[in-house]
Design a protein around this ligand. Structure first.
Ligand SMILES: Nc1nc2c(ncn2[C@@H]2O[C@H](COP(=O)(O)OP(=O)(O)OP(=O)(O)O)[C@@H](O)[C@H]2O)c(=O)[nH]1
Ligand SMILES: [Mg+2]
Length: 177
């Protein structure tokens, strides 16, 4: 089976204003999955795409840059996507409101209608990162009724939750009988 997975990284909105990097971890997750390595961080200006064989399935994962100026390009990657990984920095509470606004826009996109979404609550290795339940409540997961949506706690740094992401993506891509 071949599956398409979109990793939507989010927000660098204030990066260029305050010269502070506000970071999420989409690319780190992609390459932790693909290469089993923690990569040196470089902001994604276009996209990265990698394939990964997992449990007799081939997942093709598209990682798009999360900078504010790049977000209008996300929808070019949506056709054919079967699962969205929406990566959130669970440690940076200041950015959650904007992350939620962007998340709501993703859910409203007609091309992604009904496509399952897994919210990756990333950076769980850092003290004070919001838990699965806290992120779920903030993103209103219980009120999302038009598709499958769940939260997985992840860390690209300590390789937490990433196998579960692949397992769940494959399960969600299986044709319904
Ligand atoms: N502590 C911690 N830091 C992480 C984790 N994942 C990524 N980072 C760090 O977060 C920063 C951004 O990571 P990236 O993977 O480049 O984030 P991104 O979402 O792809 O960013 P853009 O491409 O600019 O949208 C880097 O400094 C990473 O080392 C994690 O699980 N834990
Ligand atoms: Mg990136």
């Amino acid at each position: 089976m071949e599956s398409n997975v979109a990793i939507n990284s989010i927000l660098h909105v204030l990066t260029y204003v305050f010269r502070t990097r506000i970071v999420v971890g989409g690319t780190s997750i992609l390459y932790r999955i693909k290469l089993h390595e923690v990569i040196a961080p470089v902001p994604t200006h276009e996209f990265n795409v990698e394939s990964k064989h997992h449990h007799h399935s081939k997942l093709t994962m598209w990682d798009v840059g999360g900078g504010k100026k790049l977000r209008h390009l996300w929808n070019y990657y949506y056709p054919g996507i079967q699962v969205v990984f929406y990566v959130v920095d669970a440690h940076n509470k200041n950015r959650l409101e904007e992350a939620k606004e962007e998340f709501d826009r993703v859910l409203q996109d007609t091309v992604l209608k009904g496509v399952p979404v897994l919210i990756l609550a990333n950076k769980q290795d850092l003290n004070g990162a919001l838990s699965k339940d806290e992120i779920s409540s903030y993103f209103g997961v219980q009120d999302i009724t038009d598709r499958y949506c769940d939260v997985i706690e992840t860390s690209a740094r300590i390789n937490l939750g990433l196998t579960e992401c692949l397992d769940r993506a494959i399960e969600l891509c299986k044709p319904k009988s």
